[in-house]
Design a protein around this ligand. Structure first.
Ligand code: NDP
Length: 312
């Protein structure tokens, strides 16, 4: 295992970089593969107001740049590559990337995060950034005085709908069933808000742009009666959940039915000795930058102790 790294970190969000800071300070000379969204989901947010240590708030991309600089300061090497294939059947583990490189590593930290789900409509993709968004906190500001729709019935949808009331003229929440899945307090916030209208049993069939290159309306369907109607809209926010970026590990790591990596309770160890998982790839519950960073720290400490035990 002489040519193998001590640890390789997949992902460059708060979990990946925190793992790197700790691993680098433990002299493990970590390499971070930044993945296809360097800096992770925070790079598509604007103000981060709930990360301790920034009393005035901080811009997401700026914070992730600071994470990176802190990791590099202690010797972390960041490579702008995406892991495309892994072999975890024996050690050293092997990871192949889109730069046609192969990495061999004694331990692996999976911090590949999660990505927002979309409805899968053709126009939805075309109009991303032109009225379609999966992040109200990033883009809400651009919808001042506008009429916007939010899709979803969970905590995210309610949170996004409430947040959008600060900017938008009207907020319409489209719920595919006759009930919200969100916690009671979040439900109450939207149901009682004068700017929010909830449309039950409603789904989006198409996003309309009437050749203007931006969202101008939606084609909606009543999920019970199948009746269709067209509405004017200037924005469409998707809040239908996230999918963990764990496809790569299917059949190797123990995943829950949604795809989140299962770890030993209270730890980041996975079912494969030497592989540790942190951040949103293994957390469907908290999904916060601070908790991701916390589990990144845990993963690095576990790696350090695990490597020590191997050589004992
Ligand atoms: P959830 O999986 O909880 O909810 C997804 C929602 O989207 C559901 O209402 C679901 O409908 C709906 N949905 C899914 N697919 C479609 C589709 N194709 N068309 C229309 N609607 C669809 O995801 P969230 O992101 O809301 O929450 C994830 C986790 O994060 C939860 O544990 C949540 O509690 C937590 N969270 C907590 C927050 C807080 O406490 N402040 C804020 C945000 C998230 P259906 O109900 O019919 O399945």
């Amino acid at each position: 295992m002489t040519d193998a790294l001590k640890t390789l970190i997949l992902g460059s969000g708060p979990a990946g970089y925190t793992a790197a800071i700790y691993a680098a300070r433990a002299n493990l000379a970590p390499v971070v593969l930044a993945g296809n969204q360097p800096g992770g989901q925070l790079t598509i947010t604007s103000d981060v107001e709930n990360y301790p240590g920034f009393p005035e708030g901080v811009m997401g991309p700026e914070m992730m740049e600071m994470f990176k600089r802190q990791a590099e300061r202690f010797g972390t090497k960041v490579e702008y590559e995406l892991a495309e294939k892994v072999d975890l059947s024996r050690r050293p583990f092997r990871v192949w990337t889109n730069a046609e490189k192969e990495y061999r590593t004694q331990s692996l930290i999976v911090a590949t995060g999660a990505s927002a789900l979309y409805l899968g409509l053709e126009n939805e993709k075309k109009l991303q950034g032109r009225g379609v968004s999966a992040c109200a906190t990033c883009d809400g500001f651009f919808f001042k005085g506008k009429k916007v729709y939010v899709v979803g019935g969970g905590d995210s949808a309610c949170e996004e709908a409430s947040f959008l009331t600060k900017f938008a003229r009207e907020v319409h929440l489209l719920v595919r069933r006759d009930a919200l899945r969100a916690s009671k307090i979040m439900q109450q916030r939207v149901l009682e808000h004068p700017k929010v209208t909830v449309h039950w049993n409603t789904q989006v069939l198409d996003v309309l742009d009437v050749a203007q290159g931006k969202v101008t309306g939606l084609l909606l369907e009543d999920t019970k009666t199948k009746a269709r109607r067209q509405v004017d809209a200037e924005g469409l926010f998707l809040a239908i959940g996230h999918r963990p970026n764990t496809e790569l590990f299917k059949g190797m790591l123990d995943l829950d039915p949604v795809g989140y990596i299962r770890t030993v309770p209270g730890k980041t160890a996975t079912n494969i000795a030497g592989v540790f998982a942190c951040g949103d790839a293994q957390d469907s519950y908290y999904r916060q930058a601070i908790t991701a960073a916390g589990t990144g720290c845990m993963a690095a400490i576990e790696v350090e102790r695990w490597l020590e035990a191997q050589h004992a």
